[in-house]
Design a protein around this ligand. Structure first.
Ligand code: PLP
Length: 365
């Protein structure tokens, strides 16, 4: 078989270890395993979403226009249904968008340490990757790199707030940055954790309606996988100018989300109480991890998301730490593959955090 050359140096995304796998490998009962590795909602899914799923007809294809979901999102964000594309996760929206504008001569520009999938989608499009030197989203530096290479950049991607570090520039800085980018270049604002950032500090809140009214080249992407508790249902969305949506939509496979996914997403949007309770718990609990890190002299990054990145020390590097916790049935994310001696921990329920913090303290005591 002759495979395409770009597959040779294309590494697969490494997801957080699933509970079932850890149960088998370590002989731990699944109910005693805590997964704080993939930024899922520790409270599960909205009961309304679960009920809607049970009531749907999986024998039937979903309404491929996603009329009801787009309508609900349009009401939520103050835009038109024609401004919306639905993806099998927001990942698929970004994949389609990058494929639409990038190629051998038009790469992506991203922050140095950010979501690993951007590079993988760039490779699907045979596109080069430009990145900043500074660890965090340094928009001035990004603008500089953009200006020097504008003809060779197809898409600029900002992760707001950023995964895996958790930082987030102010919305006003982002809007100023967008003014510096040619309307011929796509800008993707990956706002997978925006609900969390907005709760912690409204200065971080990117408003899709504002973005749409000013910029024809910006795609706001959002997801039901994090705050909305539907990671397993794979529903995400992109909001942009109608012309942009029309073009990207040509790359969308038919029926790209499932009938239960569609029903769940619509119902989840209607259960804001569930979402807000989860977000409140997140920021009530996060200071406990900050206190742990401070207690042991470990650096952490103030986070606007549902996870926290904690840098560890040489004695107990991130791989040892992640391994030791795994043996105790706690799955967290080692950030070694990002070149960092750090771990990323999803904030769980109070009970989960009690156990995770107890295990962490035992490692450093
Ligand atoms: C989780 C996540 C997504 C969303 O993924 P889905 O495909 O919608 O599940 C997108 N971007 C970042 C940075 C994420 O962490």
């Amino acid at each position: 078989m002759i495979f395409n050359e770009f597959l040779e140096n294309l590494e697969s995304y490494e997801p957080g270890k699933p509970i079932e796998l850890v149960a088998r490998e370590y002989g731990i009962k699944p109910e005693n395993i805590i997964k704080v590795a993939s930024n899922e909602n520790p409270f599960g899914s909205s009961p309304k979403a679960l009920q809607a799923m049970r009531g749907c007809q999986p024998a039937l294809y979903p309404d491929d226009s996603y009329f009801a979901l787009k309508h609900a999102l349009a009401v939520r964000f103050g835009c038109e249904s024609a401004n919306i594309i639905i993806g099998s996760g927001s990942d698929q929206v970004m994949e389609m968008a990058i494929k639409a504008v990038c190629n051998e001569n038009r790469g992506i520009l991203r922050a140095k340490t950010t979501f690993a999938m951007y590079d993988i989608y760039a490779k699907f499009a045979h596109a080069p990757v430009y990145k900043t030197q500074s660890e965090f989203h340094d928009l001035a530096q990004m603008a500089e790199i953009y200006t020097k290479n504008a003809a060779n950049i197809g898409a600029v991607i900002l992760c707001l707030p950023n995964n895996p570090l958790g930082e987030c520039p102010d919305a006003s800085e982002v809007y100023e940055f967008l003014e510096l980018i040619s309307q011929d270049t796509l800008v993707i604002l990956d706002c997978a954790y925006m609900e969390f950032a907005n709760f912690k500090d409204s200065k971080k809140h990117i408003k899709p309606a504002h973005v749409l009214s000013k910029f024809t080249n910006v795609l706001y992407s959002g997801t039901f996988s994090k705050a909305y508790g539907l990671g397993g249902m794979r529903v995400g969305y992109g909001l942009a100018n109608t012309k942009l949506i029309e073009q990207i939509s040509k790359l969308r496979p038919p029926f790209n989300i499932t009938t239960p996914s569609l029903a769940a997403a619509i119902a989840a949007l209607d259960d804001e109480d569930f979402v807000q309770k989860g977000i409140k718990n997140n920021f009530d609990e996060m200071p406990r991890y900050e206190a742990f890190a401070s207690e042991f002299g470990l650096k952490f990054i103030p986070s606007y998301t549902n996870f926290i990145a904690i840098f560890t020390n040489e004695e107990k590097n991130s791989s040892i730490l992640a391994d030791n916790l795994l043996k105790k049935g706690i799955i967290l994310r080692n950030l070694k593959s990002y070149g960092l001696n750090a771990v990323r921990i999803t904030i769980g329920t109070k009970k989960q955090n009690d156990k995770v913090l107890e295990a962490l303290r035992a490692e450093f005591a």
